[in-house]
Design a protein around this ligand. Structure first.
Ligand code: ZN
Length: 57
């Protein structure tokens, strides 16, 4: 439980699939550690952060 990673991405609400900025596609019901709100003590995914910072320009 200490190695949860916070990815950034979008969830397709019609099928629940999550596409992260670092290129992962995950089932929306996974508890593998995909959380976009910074909940508590989740490590941000560096790849996602890089893409996110680029998109923010
Ligand atoms: Zn990521």
């Amino acid at each position: 439980m200490a190695r949860q990673i916070m990815h950034r991405g979008k969830r397709s609400w019609w099928n629940g699939t999550v596409t992260t900025l670092c290129g992962l596609t995950l089932p929306g019901n996974t508890t593998e550690g995909v959380w976009f709100p910074a909940l508590s003590g989740h490590k941000p995914c560096p790849a996602c952060e890089t893409v996110h910072n680029r998109q923010r320009r």
